[in-house]
Ligand binder design. Sequence first.
Ligand SMILES: C[S@@+](CC[C@H](N)C(=O)[O-])C[C@H]1O[C@@H](n2cnc3c(N)ncnc32)[C@H](O)[C@@H]1O
Length: 284
Amino acid sequence: MKKTLIFGTGSTGQKIYHEIKEFKKVVGFLDNDKSRWGGGKIKLDGIPVLGNAEVLNSIEYDEIIIGSLTGLNTIRKQLLEAGVEEGKIKTNYIETQVNARINFLRDFAKINKEIAKKYAVAEGGVFQGDFAKEINFCFPDSDLYLFDTFEGFDKRDIDIEKKNGYSNEEEGHLSITSEEIVLSKLPFKEKAVIRKGYFPETVKGLENMKYFFVNLDFDLYHPILEGLRYFMPRLVCGGVVLIHDYFNPGYLGVEKAVEDYEKENNIILHKFPIGDHCSLGIMK
Ligand SMILES: C[S@@+](CC[C@H](N)C(=O)[O-])C[C@H]1O[C@@H](n2cnc3c(N)ncnc32)[C@H](O)[C@@H]1O
């Protein structure tokens, strides 16, 4: 059996582990988040979280599976820089998901090029800016509003997750980022408006906005619900809100937030899958 490492201890990495554990020998996980090292926080058959790419020289392995949707290119680059042979880096478990979402965005932007120019676009939950850069590239004439704590998950949201059993996330997870990292990736950075802080507090002053495309990728129940409350009334006709992780069993609060938003407004949203097994599209 192949000695395998999985890079990413979040819900994607854990899902991949369950898919492969019968036919591969998973010898460890890797993660860039130090708080996950040691394996105390994820309990997957006692398999340890060994560290980041720096530990690879001291480990015997046949392949490394990238198991993080947010970090595909960054992690691949890190591994190559750490001297890992390209053939040992496996991206096939997440490539379809990552590329399907990008293809949807590119095609949607292309067919709506003229109308989109008149409105803003946004992302709620930016992390290191890997999808924000795609939005910015696809909508070069639109202001791009970016909402994130840039300090990871907030205790208020995590308390709701734990109380309701929506996810296993921890306060402060996904904090390895900054506004500078995000801006450095944007091809049209002059169009970016960064709203740093706890969402929805950061929408103050943006009551009169009109949006054509929004990616809601907060992972957690409360900010997703608040995102729908803020963005849906400000989405123009023909515009789309994408809700990432709607089909992800590791983030049950996302689907629940959509359900609760429909209930509180007594509506049925025009929902559609986009082919990445993860995101839900909502068209106004
Ligand atoms: C999965 S990451 C976003 C990934 C990014 N969209 C991408 O595709 O690369 C989720 C982000 O949501 C942010 N977040 C979650 N809850 C938040 C809240 N209430 N206010 C602001 N940011 C929040 C986290 O800090 C984290 O950076």
